[in-house]
Design a protein around this ligand. Structure first.
Ligand code: PEP
Length: 251
């Protein structure tokens, strides 16, 4: 039985006041909930502060992104070691917004994935197809390419200490969720792809769904056999919504 993860991606949102009220309520709710880990990924400046508000052993801190380099003249960048030093346990990599707006290619995503693991963190690797790709019938090719760009680079054994997130681009922030069947189909594709290299690793791999998850659709999505929780954008900024999604992860 895989332990669920419900991760909050705040993106470029929030402030200290909001962080305090949100995290205090989420931490208290998650504390003691069986079978689920809660991960909160605030913007970089709030990492230490948010980490300081966490007391539950199943609530963890995550970074939204990290640099592909360890150190050096890369103005504005933040390394995996730095976020590990301030208490992060997870880091998101390959989010479609990073791929689309910041030119992160499969090769860059693979390099970042390796950096995250080298710093002792757990990557949450996002993959997902656009609406165009789905309509052109290349959804599966796209997902498999994105997964293998990292699985090949990182060595399959590193998938043991990783989390995947299937996030169809057409469902992110749009209010349009993949149906549980659509999501399950892709999660199964991902798990089968990993199973070609190791059935044990595939069986243990947590695969999250992301894309307009809300309190009213989380239970149905998370009850699919290959869906092990969610990566939550918009709804993670609302304590009541997010806590209900975390509760769905513990069922
Ligand atoms: C995300 O950006 O990872 C995401 C899933 O966003 P939303 O929940 O707002 O669709």
């Amino acid at each position: 039985m895989r332990r669920s993860i419900v991760a909050a991606n705040w993106k470029l949102n929030g402030n200290l006041e909001m962080a305090k009220s949100l995290v205090t309520v989420i931490d208290a709710h998650s504390n003691g909930l069986e079978g689920v880990d809660t991960v909160i990924c605030p913007p970089f400046p709030y990492l230490s502060y948010v980490g300081g508000l966490m007391s539950a052993s199943n609530v963890h801190l995550g970074a939204q992104s990290i640099a592909e380099y360890e150190s050096g003249a890369y103005t504005g960048e933040v390394s995996a070691e730095m976020v590990a030093e301030v208490g992060c346990r997870y880091a998101i990599v390959g989010h479609s917004e990073r791929r689309e707006y910041y030119g992160e290619t499969d090769a860059i995503v693979a390099a970042k994935f390796s950096r995250i693991q080298a710093a002792g963190l757990i990557p949450i690797l996002c993959v997902g197809e656009s609406l165009d790709q789905r309509e052109q019938g290349v959804m599966q090719d796209t997902i498999v390419r994105q997964v293998n760009a990292v699985a090949a680079e990182a060595n399959i054994s590193n998938m043991q200490n990783a989390v995947l997130a299937y996030e169809p681009i057409w469902a992110i922030g749009t209010g349009e969720t993949a149906s549980p069947e659509q999501a399950q189909e892709v999660h199964e594709i991902i798990r089968s792809e990993i199973a070609k290299q190791s059935t044990d690793i595939a069986e243990g791999l947590r695969i999250l769904y992301g894309g307009s998850v809300k309190a009213n659709n989380a239970v149905e999505l998370f009850s699919q056999p290959d869906i092990d929780g969610g990566l939550i954008g918009g709804a993670s900024l609302d304590a009541e919504q997010f806590n209900a999604i975390v509760a769905a992860g513990s069922l």
